[in-house]
Structure formats: C-alpha cells, structure tokens
Design a protein around this ligand. Structure first.
Ligand code: DLL
Length: 438
C-alpha cells in the first residue's frame, strides 16, 4: 500500500511534537497580530502571544467557536490582506443565519491539495484510476477539495458534480470509472439508480469509494460495498479547517488518520472542557498549524469522536479518530435518554428487511418529546402479507427499544417513498410546534 507523504504520515512522535510546538507558537503570534478577535480573547485570558512557548501551553489558550465566523462575517477571520486570498469556500447557511466563509491563500490551496492527495492514496487511488467526483462543486468544499487532491495523485478526474443521477450511472459504465467520490448517501442513491437502470456490478469497473462529509454507519458501508462491489473508505473534514483532508481512512478501515502535522487535535469533555483519555468519546477541538488565511486556535467542532494513538497496520503513525458518533447539537433527549441519529442508523442497518433509507421525526405529545422512525422496507416485504410487515415493525421497535433504552414509534413505509439526497442527507425532521426543520 502506497503512502503519499511517508516523511510526515510515518513521522515519529517526538519529531511531530517538535514541529507542532514550533508552528503553534508562530500561528498564535500571527493570529494575535492580525485578528482583533484573537487579540481581545488573549487579553481577556491575561495571555501574551509570547507566553505560548510550546505544545504544553496549548491548554491555556481560549477557544474559537462557529459563532466567531458569524460575528466576523464575511472576511473578519482572515489574517492576511484580501489580495493574498485567492479562493473562498464555506458551508451553506443555516436557517438561522450566515454562511461560514473561509479563505485560502495560494499556499493554503497547495497544502489542501497535498492533504487530499494523502486521502486519495490512503483510499487506494493511483494515477491509473478514473475518478468520478460526485460531490457538489461550489462553495461546498467537497468537489474542489477532492478534485485538487485526485489530480495531484494523477488520476483521471471526471468533475461531474452532484445531481443528474441517471447520467452518473451512465458515466460510471461508459467511462469505466474506478473510483467514486461523494457523500455516502449519494453513493447509495447512485447504486439504487444503477439497479433501476438495469446496470449491474458486472458492467462497472468500480474499485474504490471515497466517501465523507456526513456521518455513516458500518451498516451503510456494507450496503454500498456490496451494491457497487467496491472498498469504501471514510474521510472527514470541515470547511472551517479547509474541507476534506483533515482525516482519512486507509484500506484497513480502522479509524481516520488525522493530518497532525497540520492540525493539533484535542478530545475534550464538552461539558467540563477537560481532556478525555485516548479511546474515549469527546468533542474534537482542532488548532490549525499551517493555515495562512484563517488560522484557528482551539476550534470547537461540535463533532463527537474518540482518538487513538495506537499504531495502525498500514504503517502510518498519525493518530486516528473513530467515526463521528454524533454532534453536540444533534443529540436528542427523549424522556431523559440521550439519543443520537447515528445510533438509530446502526440499529436499523442490522435488521434484514429495513432499507438504508429512513427518517427520524421529532414530535411532541403533551410536554414530552417523541420520536417516530420511518423506515423503507424491501419491495418483497411490502408486497407480502400484512402480518409479516407487522412482525418486522415490531422487531424494529424492539431493537430500537433495547438499543436506545427508550420507546420510539416505528412506521414502515413504501419502498422509494422517502426523499433521496445528492449531497448530505437530512435525516431528522422536526415537527415539534415552534421548532424549525433541521
Ligand atoms: O463536509 C467537508 C468535507 C467534504 C469532508 C467532503 C469530507 C468530504 P462542512 O460542509 O463544513 O465540510 O461540514 C462539516 O460535516 O463538522 C461533521 O459534522 C460533518 N462531517 C464531515 N465529514 C464527516 C464524516 C465538509 N466523514 C461537518 N463523518 C463536520 C461524519 C462528517 N461527519
């Protein structure tokens, strides 16, 4: 298995930490010099940039949060003059407000392409591959990020973007695409469309699937791998930190290697903000080390995952993060029990007749919040006797009850009746009075 940048992906920890300490000092100095919000926060904490001498001082630094992007919209997070910024990206705005806008200098774009080249190589892609990029191209970082990385690896890049799903299938077949790149949800939708079009695995040359941008369970991975006949790997990132390329799985599929030579990762208890032990789940907090346009100090991602520094069989020494188990803001509290959408997905995907298409509806009954899980069932079951449907519904309800520790309503729905997505899925629908749809 090839490693794109062995010098850094296989670095020994003392060398890595030495680099991290040096770059941290420099990032803090630059951020304080050019960003009034950072200066103000350091002042409030009684810190001078010179107080940060190395890695051990990281925990003295104040946090950065998403609200800072809103408060400094559009360009107030930029630590370089606008003439040095050559690109902006961002995440789409929420119903509440403005998009998160991030900028890139030429060097930032170069670094980002390197990280995405590492990602692509770890996922199996080489110069001999034909890579179909089914991520949206635009403000979203998925399309442009993977595009630069795959080109750098030398793959033949097909920038089809997302949407027009029958054409995605046609290109997969006609071009002999070997690597499919997109969200896992879109990959499923493409696989389903291929089936409908009568295009079987045998007519496709696909080998690799590089999927990320949203949470997905091992069950979804199994489904996609078997439908398309590929090895599917996960990769993680967020616009605030550059986009994809922050961490990526290798072919051992055993956690995502974090580009620690560009980002320091901390895993903190989201309530106390104290570090948790390796292997324990907490909120991921990243400090950028090399970003010129948007340096971020201790950025709270809201993503919950664990990190391990155990060596990986692939030979990379970089720490690995688990799949994201949820976000601090997508946790639902149902009669006192904490429930993450990802738990529901994992449980559903173990049930034979349940399809990987589901929706979680939050409702209220009196003062209490309720969940209704709508799940598509297989064509065969749907056409079967009502009694059998009831039995499966009961099986799902029971599995959710014992897995989540709380009762939820279950409704089986017709095959292909729930919405399909070409980007990130929206699984949770909020029908509580006074709440907006998420
Ligand atoms: O989704 C960047 C990206 C694009 C990553 C393509 C990988 C592939 P944003 O739109 O800013 O950026 O959304 C970032 O998406 O905080 C996570 O909550 C979630 N997320 C991204 N990748 C994963 C993943 C891009 N592999 C937010 N697993 C993050 C789980 C993910 N969640």
């Amino acid at each position: 298995m090839t490693i794109w940048d062995p010098a850094w992906e296989q670095v020994d920890r003392p060398t890595l930490e030495c680099r991290q300490g040096e770059l941290l000092r420099e990032q803090v100095r630059r951020a304080a010099e050019h960003l009034p919000y950072v200066q103000a926060r350091l002042n409030a904490a009684g810190l001078r940039p010179a107080d940060i001498r190395g890695l051990d001082d990281l925990r003295r630094l104040p946090f950065t949060v998403k609200q800072d992007f809103m408060d400094n919209y559009p360009f107030g997070m930029f630590a370089v003059p606008l003439r040095e910024v050559v690109r902006v990206h961002g995440s789409s705005g929420t119903s509440r407000g403005k998009s998160t806008i991030v900028g890139y200098t030429r060097r930032d774009l170069d670094t980002w392409a390197e990280l995405c080249a590492r990602l692509a190589t770890a996922a199996g892609v080489t110069a001999s591959d034909i890579a179909q990029i089914s991520f949206g191209y635009g403000l979203f970082t998925g399309g442009f990020g993977l595009h630069a990385g795959l080109e750098r690896v030398g793959a033949l890049v097909l920038p089809i973007s997302s949407g027009n799903t029958p054409r995605q299938v046609q290109f997969l077949r006609d071009f002999g695409t070997t690597a499919l790149i997109g969200t896992p949800t879109y990959a499923l939708h493409i696989a389903e469309t291929a089936q409908e079009m009568g295009v079987g695995r045998g007519q496709l040359a696909l080998k690799w699937g590089l999927f990320g941008g949203e949470p997905w369970s091992e069950g979804i991975r199994r489904q996609i791998e078997s439908l398309l006949g590929i090895v599917a790997t996960d990769n993680y990132g967020l616009s605030e930190l550059c986009g994809p390329g922050v961490s990526y799985e290798c072919l051992y599929k055993n956690g995502m290697h974090i580009a620690e030579d560009h980002y320091i990762v901390e895993v903190l208890d989201p309530k106390t903000l104290e570090p948790v032990a390796d292997g324990e789940v907490g909120e991921l907090v990243f400090t950028t080390l090399t970003r010129e346009a948007v340096p971020l100090i201790r950025y709270r991602t809201g993503d919950l995952a664990s990190v391990t520094r155990e060596p990986c069989a692939c030979g990379r020494t970089l720490a690995r993060m688990s799949k994201v188990v949820g976000r601090t803001d997508d946790m639902m509290v149902i009669r006192g029990v904490n429930v993450f959408p990802s738990q529901i997905e994992s449980i559903l995907l173990d049930i034979e007749h349940a399809q990987p298409h589901y929706q979680i509806v939050r409702t209220r009954r009196g003062a209490l919040e309720h969940l209704e899980v709508r799940v598509e069932v297989t064509e065969a079951l749907f056409n079967d006797k009502i009694g059998h449907m009831r039995a499966v519904e009961e099986e799902i309800r029971e599995a959710l009850r014992s897995g989540l520790g709380v009762d939820v309503d279950v409704r089986l729905v017709e095959p292909k009746s729930l919405e399909r997505f070409t980007g990130k899925a929206r699984r949770v629908v909020d029908e509580r009075p006074g709440e907006t749809i998420r």
